[in-house]
Write a protein that binds this ligand. Structure first.
Ligand code: ADP
Ligand code: ZN
Ligand code: ZN
Length: 802
């Protein structure tokens, strides 16, 4: 028999299955989705079995045998193998990258496989038995070497033995030592009878054990219950009345247990939304719903009850949340409803914790997974519902190969499993909302907040006026006044610093003008190394002006302020205030994020000052004031989605205020209050913003009206980078039709990255049948020729930042 194997070598000629002989001793064991070690060139590499067949076209003397089988149970389901094939085409990358991205890093790393005894040795069949006399854990290689894989698999199926991967990075299945009381009552009695009367303690313990025949108990429990010492227990064990066993436990990434919560009675709007979703689940209809609900409208409660229905159907649910909002507050809402049935996957976990959470899913021990982007690959076999919360978030797009979007993978899986997908957001991406308008997605709307609380009042402060009044601080009079007021009332304040695009654009502090490109509707980016302003779309550049071209003022500033500086100024203005700062610096340590929020929730601080991290998921009743220090920062990024992202951020962060009885107030400071993204954030209405932004996109031929693709060429030598970028553009121009417009090559947003200079071409198209074939041809040239010259070429079919 022959296995088709995708090998772990990312190179062009290798991006296809290779045939290997299946050695006879593993013929009965091998399945698609198992990992194998195979000879490749002059070394052994990891590979994935993607097919098993009887015949091959390859001359038999060219085929080598598999060196070893690493899994007896597949780590990838056949669904995942199919998904990888699709993903490879969709994102134009190597299949091996798609297979790897689906597994936790522990399985990608080097590891050793161990076989663990799960029973009394005597229950094992002859050939296996003697391996376990000395140890409860034996290296899998032993069985492989001695041709015992078939009896091993039988014993595994009977659960007499189990497998575990001991990763060489010290990640292991965690175990605790427990005591198993013999299940042989007669034996207990015999041991009892043999003891002399002086061994009072031992006798006592045995009497107690007779009430616990066959039970598995923690030693501490036994000591506590019987008052015996470890020596007494040891003595009993030596006489065979009980034994120590190792029990596998999952690491617990949750610091605290959560209280169980009950289902809430849904509002009329929530009910209607849930009804539609449940209907789709019952009809096994792979529909995609866009759940558009204002902040605090109770989207999460809808998710929770939909998941409940999913579990009742006997199926599993996948919930994706952006990494940044995977706060304990968010995950606890799922744990408090579904308890032990929830696994959590995110980057804050250690490799071992991640591996354990993945295993819970792989072994179908849980019904719900809550996780960041990659959790979309959770290996459930019976998916009944997939949810993407905050579907507009850019973190759902992976910026590295495979450059997939979790939304696309979710929809693919929903078709495979015949189940619905829910995309939830208060500020949907334009793409999704446009699809909902066209009925490609089903739109579900929650207009009101769940408890009928009014949305907070939003006020926009024109910072140019402040300057005119002589206020040079970063706090407007209005914001200072409101902060003072809340401090007095002992209500809580959130201050949000929009730090995207830190220090990278140039603005006139008198009139708010931002230096813009002559040819594009995009702000220019400041480059320190040559003191120039540059457009990343068309390549236009100019020197930084010393006076404003609009108002002739000389108050020209590079924009951007750090949280630390804000904190210092806060201290000066309000020495009595207790401030918690949450940014990349204060949350580096594991659990820091959690601790800050906990302290704030417990009222240990008056002001929470932070970046993007605090824009989402916070649900604290005592927050009545939200201040946005600089709304404009994200507006002037060289990105066609800058306005959209700004509107989303302002709406999200405003939604943190007034979520309970007390009314909320939001103060947004801006140098360009007349910009529609800021003006419309005041009303917190999505539709008007959508209409307006769609017009802009239409005019400039951007998504959702056009598709875009981005090709980047990088090289350590700036001249070579430019040369190959030109070759690239030329190739595209000769191969693509007139339906596609090719912009560039221009320098990339970050010109020098990892010591390489980067150029890019942007392709806009509506329908371009030649696109993928052209990209594949280009890739072939790159992978067989350019790559040898040190060129790095990447293709992104759905770039989220340009
Ligand atoms: P969203 O996710 O849309 O921002 P949440 O799900 O966080 O909204 O809900 C906001 C608040 O309203 C939460 O505190 C939640 O417990 C509460 N809530 C949601 N639905 C209901 C309901 N049907 N009845 C009472 N309270 C609700
Ligand atoms: Zn000016
Ligand atoms: Zn330009």
């Amino acid at each position: 028999m022959i296995a088709e194997v995708i090998v772990d070598v990312s190179a062009y000629p290798v991006d296809r299955p290779f045939d290997y002989f299946i050695p006879e001793q593993v013929e009965e064991l091998i399945e698609c989705g198992c990992r194998v070690k195979v000879p490749f060139g002059n070394r052994n590499v990891l590979g994935f079995v993607v097919g098993i067949k009887n015949e091959t076209d390859v001359p038999l003397d060219k085929i080598k045998p598999i060196a070893s089988l690493l899994d007896i149970e597949p780590v990838l389901t056949s669904e995942m193998l199919q998904l990888a094939k699709w993903l490879k085409q969709e994102t134009i990358c190597y299949e091996i990258d798609c297979l790897q991205v689906m597994l936790p890093s522990a399985l990608r790393a080097k590891y050793e496989k161990m076989v663990v005894l799960q029973t009394n040795v005597e229950n094992l069949d002859e050939p296996l038995k003697h391996y376990f006399h000395k140890s409860t854990k034996v290296n899998y290689k032993e069985f492989e070497k001695n041709n015992l894989l078939i009896p091993l698999k039988k014993a595994l199926n009977k659960k007499l033995l189990s497998l575990e991967n001991v990763v060489k990075q010290k990640v292991q299945v965690k175990e605790i030592r427990k005591v198993k009381v013999s299940d042989n009552l007669q034996l207990l009695q015999e041991v009892y009878d043999k003891l002399s009367n002086r061994a009072k303690k031992q006798k006592q313990l045995l009497l107690w054990m007779k009430q616990h025949v066959g039970e598995i108990l923690e030693p501490d429990f036994i000591y506590k219950e019987t008052n015996c010492s470890p020596q007494v227990l040891q003595a009993i064990i030596e006489q065979g009345a009980a034994e120590f066993i190792l029990e596998e436990v999952y690491r617990n990434p949750f610091k605290k247990d959560v209280k169980k919560t009950d289902f809430l009675t849904l509002t009329e709007e929530q009910k209607q939304a849930l009804h539609k979703i449940v209907e789709a689940m019952d009809n096994r209809s792979p529909e995609t719903f866009l759940l558009h609900g204002v902040t605090g409208s109770g989207k999460t409660e809808v998710y929770l009850q939909a998941i409940q229905h999913c579990i009742q159907q006997g199926k599993d649910a996948i919930v994706l949340v952006p990494e940044i909002s995977l706060t304990p507050q968010m995950t606890n809402r799922f744990r408090s409803r579904f308890g032990e049935l929830v696994a959590v996957m995110h980057s804050g976990l250690s490799i071992g914790e991640k591996y354990d959470e993945w295993r819970k899913v792989h072994q179908q021990k849980v019904k719900v997974v809550v996780g960041a982007r990659s959790a979309v690959f959770a290996p459930f076999e019976n998916v009944g519902l997939i949810i993407l919360d905050e579907e507009h978030e850019s973190s759902y797009k992976q910026e590295d190969t495979p450059r997939y979007h979790a939304r696309d993978v979710a929809i693919w899986r929903s078709k495979y499993h015949h189940c619905p997908v829910i995309l939830g957001s208060a500020t949907p991406s334009l793409e999704s909302y446009a699809r909902a308008r066209k009925n490609v997605y089903k739109l579900l709307t929650l207009k009101g907040r769940a408890l009928n609380q009014p949305l907070p009042t939003v006020e926009i402060v024109d910072m140019r006026e402040e300057l005119k009044k002589g206020n040079r601080s970063m706090f407007s009079e209005k914001l200072t006044e409101s902060i003072r007021d809340r401090l007095k009332k002992k209500e809580q304040i959130v201050l949000f610093l929009n730090r995207r695009g830190y220090s990278s654009f140039v603005l006139c502090r008198d009139c708010g003008t931002v230096m813009q490109c002559e040819n594009c509707d995009i702000s220019l980016t400041y480059h320190r190394y040559n003191e120039k302003l540059k457009c990343h779309y068309c390549g236009y550049e100019q020197f930084v002006p010393t006076i404003c071209p609009e108002c002739s003022s000389d108050h020209i500033r590079y924009f951007g302020t750090g949280t630390q500086k804000v904190e210092e100024e806060l201290m000066k203005l309000f020495p009595e205030a207790r401030v918690l700062r949450m940014d990349v610096d204060t949350t580096k340590q594991k659990g820091a994020h959690e601790a800050i929020l906990e302290n704030f929730g417990a009222g240990k601080a008056d002001i929470l000052l932070g970046t993007q991290m605090i824009a989402k998921g916070l649900d604290f009743p005592n927050i009545t004031l939200v201040g946005v220090l600089s709304a404009d920062t994200s507006l002037h990024l060289p990105d066609f989605r800058a306005a959209e992202r700004t509107f989303q951020l302002l709406t999200q962060v405003s939604g943190r205020a007034g979520r309970a009885e007390k009314h909320g107030e939001v103060i947004i400071q801006s140098y360009t209050p007349e910009h529609y993204a800021i003006e419309l954030a005041k009303t917190q209405q999505y539709e008007p913003f959508y209409e307006r932004e769609m017009m802009v996109r239409h005019g400039a031929a951007y998504p959702p009206y056009y598709f875009i693709a981005l090709i980047q060429v990088a090289h350590e030598d700036v001249l070579l980078a430019a040369e190959y970028a030109n070759k690239c553009a030329e190739f595209l121009r000769t191969h693509l039709s007139f339906n596609a417009s090719i912009i560039g090559p221009t320098t990339a947003g970050i010109v020098r990255l990892q010591n390489r200079y980067r150029y890019q071409c942007l392709i806009k198209y509506k329908i371009e049948p030649n696109l993928i074939p052209t990209f594949l041809q280009l890739l072939k040239i790159y992978r067989t020729d350019w790559i040898k010259k040190g060129v790095v070429l990447t293709i992104d079919l759905d770039p989220s930042m340009i």
